[in-house]
Write a protein that binds this ligand. Sequence first.
Ligand code: PXP
Length: 252
Amino acid sequence: MIRLGVNIDHVATLRQARGERYPDPVQAAVMAELGGADNITCHLREDRRHIQDRDVYALKETIQIPLNFEMAATEAMLLVALKLSPDAVTLVPEKRQERTTEGGLNLKGQREQLTQATGRLNDAGILVSLFIEPTLADIELSQQIGAGAVEFHTGRFCHQLALAKTTRQKQKLLEGLQLAAKTARQCSLQAHFGHGLNYTNSNWLQHVTEAEEANIGHAIIARAVFTGLKDAVAEMKALLNDLRHRPYLETV
Ligand code: PXP
């Protein structure tokens, strides 16, 4: 089964747009849990554009499923993570001007900083996942840095899948994720996936045997506007796991 992590950042985006107390991301997390979410993800950004400090502590005290805390590998964020003590931390790159996390970490450039942060989080018993591009070099580096998981940035895969015209083209794109996931497992790293996954492409992960977790935010929160969050989460979980949604692949 592929676990579904529901990212509730965009509920906070809506709240911050008007500076009100609603909608509450903690309430959203509870509804996601009722819909079958396996964990909740939130990203406390340096610019605090959506999730606020009080949200992360309230989430930790409220939800009954694991909390995956997304953050940049800075000293200030490490102090928050060590105080919060979430089940997992996903280290991500952060640029102030970006709309969302646009690419994977620069592991080579940040190696020292990431190794230190990972070590401190590991010592506190927190699973560390590194958000990376699905390349073999970055998987090996992640293992050397000491991570327990990698989250593959699926942005490019999702974009190219939407443009692909033939099943063969789609299959080729899939092969890239399959190889990455297999290599991660061989390096004793959990294989997670995230970014750009939606109701028309997440079912392709069913063909990635080693996929353990998908973290999905924008598409679920957008769908919830019309269907309610509980149903939006349940539908996404089915796309990830129900064989009736598995895409057909030609065998020749
Ligand atoms: N995983 C990570 C590490 C992310 O940074 C994001 C975006 O915040 C997501 C998953 C979710 O991406 P999306 O909102 O496109 O589903």
